[in-house]
Every structure is written in structure tokens, then in C-alpha cells.
Design a protein around this ligand. Structure first.
Ligand code: TYM
Length: 335
């Protein structure tokens, strides 16, 4: 049976990249009536040190974003990872299935340790993909909607599932499919068209946060880096123009259309015309989300209640799968 799982880290502000690359698709899948499980992956966030008070707030902020974009706790399971202990337990078992070399090959690990002494990063940062595989496989999820940057982690999840099945001579864990679709699977930084828009980028001008107000959004788009040429007459004319391509793709994703259609509409127009139109579109989309998030954030006890109720529903799916995994491995659980 199909089941969707996806997760997002509570590490700083949510960005337009998170929204267009992943979260928006999560809502569509919920609305298609597929069983959906969506998780605030707080255990992933602590692979680098987080201030406890800020972490608590960030977890609630992501949960309020879930609700604000239209995820519905009556139709999707919404919870935070650390409340379902099966994630950490299965991750340990997968640590014993996966190979160290697989972890060193992950581009996210290489990026996060670039310019630093990797030996000095947390062991959790290296084992991060093993926990991610556990997140997905603890629910026997078949489909995982994510942005482009998570593709390698989903491939590793399949490798872990295959090796587990092979090592124990079972056909237990499914081969999960990534769902990476649309024009915004990789939204780039507003300051550098060759860098991913990221919540951890030191420059706030590089990203649009879901909590930005209309003025901030307009200012960031106005100051977004571009080349001096106007928009081309055809999409082929975007070749080699990373920043222009990014803004066109963002526009297309927000307007629910294609890059071709956007280029046709603005053919030959300067960015001084295109940028204000893009800013209006972004504000029209994000304004209501920001407002809703603020309303949910005003009642942290209610958010915690929703996460707790979601965790119970998640555990009801996870517990039998974890029990069966232990049995396959040869661990005794008699209670
Ligand atoms: P995270 O928290 O970095 O990002 C959450 C989701 O947003 C997508 N995304 C983007 N999409 C397009 N353009 C961008 N600039 C952009 N930035 C982020 C990500 O691809 C992701 O889908 N390891 C994961 C969290 C995770 C997870 C999981 C995901 C943990 N367990 C199980 C799926 C299934 C991460 O760090 O995502």
C-alpha cells in the first residue's frame, strides 16, 4: 500500500525553497487522499549544537508552518521525531547494516564539513542518513516528496533497505521512491545562482523566509542578484544565466505555470519590470501563510497537543514494524 513520509529540520527559518521544493507538494499528496506522515526531524537538527530554547521554538515554528500551509492533523499525521522512539532505535539497527564508507560519500556531509576538520564533527552528523532511512522505513513509506538535494539520501535509504533484506534473507523493507517534481526542486540563493537557497546561509538576503513580511520580501527580490540583460525571448536564452533562471523558476512555481510561459509573458522585459511582478506574486502567496503561522505560534500549548496526538498515531504504525524488525534480527522482545 502506498504511504508518504517526509521530514523537515527545525534549524532556523523555513525558506521559500522548503515551501516550493517540498512542503507545497506535501499538501497536494495529503489532498490526493494518500496516507501521509510528516515529521519535524528534531533529532536531525541536533547533529549540530542547537540552543535548547531556540530549538523548542523552531520545532513549534515548523509545526505552525505545517498547519498554515494546509496540512490537516485529521488527514495527515503531524509530529516531531523525538516523540516516537522507534526512529532512534531503528537508526541504531541501520547503523549496524550501513557501511561507514557510504556515509563519507554523502555530498551533504561533505558540504557541511567543507573547510572544517571532519574528524571534529559529531558522529551524529556522519550517521545522519541512517536516521533518515529509519524515518522513512519505520513506516514502510513508499513515496518521499523532497527537493533535489535529498535525492542521494533516498538512494542510500534504498541501499540500506536492500542490504537489510539481503543480510537477513527477507523481503521486509520496501524500495522507497523519491518524489522530486516541478520547476522548483532546487531553488537557488538570491545572492548566488549557483548556491542552494538555505535556512543556514549566513546572509538573510540570500533567502526568503516564510516569516518575512511584505516589505522584506519586496526588498530581497529587488536586491536579488541578476545579470544586466533583460529577460530572453525564449527559455533557451536562459542558458548560462543562473540567477535569471532561478527568478523565472520561482515565478513559474508560484504562478503554477512553466518557465516557458513566464519567459513568453516577460520576453525582452528588463528585471526592473519583472522583479516587482515577482515580489507581488510572492507576497500574495506567502502573506496569508505568514499570518496563519503567527496565529498558531500564539498558542504553543495547542501546537504541543497536536504534535503529541500525531506522535501517538505515528507510533501505532511504527511499533509493529519495529517489533517485526527486532524479531527478524534476533532480538527478544517479550513485552
Ligand atoms: P531540510 O530540512 O534541509 O529541507 C526540507 C525539505 O525542503 C527541501 N529544500 C529545498 N527544495 C528546493 N530548493 C531548496 N533550496 C531547498 N532547500 C530545502 C529539501 O529537499 C527537503 O525536502 N534530511 C532532510 C530532512 C529529513 C527527511 C527525512 C526528508 C529527515 N528525515 C525523511 C525526507 C524523509 C533535510 O535536511 O531537509
Amino acid at each position: 500500500a502506498p504511504r508518504v513520509f517526509s521530514g523537515i529540520q527545525p534549524s532556523g527559518n523555513l525558506t521559500l525553497g522548503n515551501y516550493l521544493g517540498a512542503l507545497r507538494r506535501w499538501v497536494e499528496m495529503q489532498d490526493e487522499g494518500i496516507p501521509t506522515v510528516y515529521c519535524v526531524v528534531d533529532l536531525h537538527a541536533i547533529t549540530v549544537w542547537q540552543d535548547p530554547e531556540k530549538l523548542r521554538n523552531a520545532i513549534r515554528e515548523v509545526a505552525s508552518a505545517f498547519l498554515a500551509i494546509g496540512l490537516d492533523p485529521a488527514r495527515s499525521i503531524l509530529f516531531n521525531q523525538s516523540q516516537v522512539s522507534g526512529h532512534a532505535e531503528l537508526a541504531w539497527m541501520f547503523n549496524c547494516v550501513a557501511r561507514i564508507g557510504w556515509m563519507y560519500r554523502m555530498t551533504q556531509f561533505k558540504d557541511k564539513t567543507a573547510g572544517k576538520n571532519a574528524e571534529n564533527s559529531s558522529l551524529g552528523l556522519l550517521a545522519y542518513p541512517s536516521l533518515m532511512a529509519a524515518d522513512i522505513l519505520l513506516y514502510h513509506a513508499t513515496h518521499v516528496p523532497v527537493g533535489e538535494d535529498q535525492k542521494q539520501h533516498i538512494e542510500l535509504t534504498r541501499d540500506i533497505a536492500a542490504k537489510f533484506n539481503h543480510d537477513y534473507g527477507v523481503d521486509f523493507f520496501p524500495m522507497t521512491e523519491p518524489v522530486i517534481e516541478g520547476v522548483a526542486t532546487k531553488v537557488m540563493s538570491l545572492r548566488d545562482g549557483n548556491k542552494k537557497m538555505s535556512k543556514s546561509d549566513p546572509s538573510d538576503m540570500s533567502r526568503i523566509n516564510l516569516t518575512d513580511d511584505a516589505d522584506a520580501i519586496a526588498a530581497k527580490i529587488r536586491k536579488a542578484r541578476t545579470d544586466p540583460e533583460p529577460l530572453p525571448e525564449t527559455v533557451e536564452g536562459l542558458a548560462g544565466r543562473a540567477e535569471a533562471t532561478n527568478l523565472v523558476n520561482i515565478y513559474a512555481a508560484l504562478a503554477g505555470t512553466s518557465a516557458e510561459a513566464v519567459v513568453t509573458e516577460y520576453a525582452g522585459q528588463p528585471f526592473s519590470v519583472f522583479k516587482p511582478a515577482l515580489a507581488d506574486l510572492a507576497v500574495a502567496h506567502l502573506g496569508p501563510i505568514t499570518g496563519q503561522m503567527q496565529r498558531y505560534m500564539a498558542d504553543p500549548a495547542e501546537i504541543d497537543r497536536i504534535l503529541g496526538a500525531g506522535a501517538e498515531k505515528a507510533a501505532a504504525i511504527a511499533d509493529p514494524i519495529l517489533a517485526r524488525t527486532k524479531e527478524i534480527i534476533g532480538l527478544i522482545s517479550s513485552r
